[in-house]
Design a protein around this ligand. Structure first.
Ligand code: ADP
Ligand code: AMP
Length: 214
């Protein structure tokens, strides 16, 4: 089962990807998480990626594509995976398809978690991310049972720098310009499935499982 999660920043891709990964026992691969881990560990990639992320811009394809393609060749990806936040540009999608084709494989589903821009700023200003394990909460819709710290690892929860309203607006513009065209790209391939991402997160998950089990 190979799945690409599509949707605006803050639409709920990561939330759903984690639930799908747990239910179907496939790895959840988030490029945003990979970049944030590199920033935390002070790597050269992290330093370069941060320059773009802090401005709400995409990290260049040259820094992103090989990273993901390498990750997909690891053993745990043999029975499938969920890509969250990749591809985000048409060249990334084409590079992914080319790498899959070389192995005689193809993507199975592109799931678009559809949330209008009006809801996004609220989603992102309320998002809290764990500085330890990367778990994600929402102060209203999905609060941590332990207040300001993570339920999973006990580390402190923060508002991501790129979730501040001024950066969110930029990220939405970038999404519409560079990422939304992927909806047509995967529609043409016949694998696009859209779900209404404004529903409660459990209802979104039910809609996705219906698609995957149809
Ligand atoms: P993405 O990975 O698309 O950027 P997230 O999964 O991190 O988005 O979700 C963004 C924020 O919205 C998080 O704070 C998350 O807890 C919250 N959220 C996710 N899905 C829903 C939902 N269906 N309803 C309300 N809030 C949600
Ligand atoms: P995310 O955690 O998916 O919201 O990603 C956070 C940020 O990481 C994005 O705003 C981009 O700056 C960067 N990023 C994540 N995935 C990609 C990608 N596939 N291509 C380019 N930049 C990315």
């Amino acid at each position: 089962m190979k799945i690409v999660m599509l949707g605006a920043p803050g639409a709920g891709k990561g939330t759903q990807a984690k639930m799908i990964a747990a239910k179907y026992e496939v790895p959840h691969i988030s490029t945003g998480d990979i970049f944030r881990a590199n920033i935390k560990n002070g790597t050269e990639l992290g330093r370069k990626a941060k320059e773009y992320m802090d401005q709400g811009l995409l990290v260049p394809d040259e820094l992103t594509v090989d990273l993901v393609i390498d990750r997909l060749s690891q053993e745990d990806c043999k029975k499938g995976y969920i890509l969250d936040g990749f591809p985000r540009t048409i060249p990334q999608a084409e590079a992914l398809d080319a790498a899959l084709a070389k192995r005689g494989e193809k993507m199975d589903y592109a799931i678009d978690v559809d949330v209008p821009d009006e809801n996004i700023v609220n989603r992102m200003s309320g998002r809290r991310a764990c500085t330890g394990c990367g778990a994600t909460y929402h102060i209203v819709h999905n609060p941590s049972g332990k207040g300001d710290v993570c339920e999973v690892c006990g580390e402190v929860l923060v508002l991501r720098d790129d979730d501040k309203p001024e950066t969110v607006q930029k990220r939405l513009t970038v999404y519409h310009d560079q990422t939304q065209p992927l909806i047509d790209y995967y529609t043409t391939q016949g694998i696009l499935k859209a779900v209404d991402g404004t529903q409660d997160m459990n209802d979104v998950f039910t809609a996705i499982t219906k698609i995957l089990e149809a």
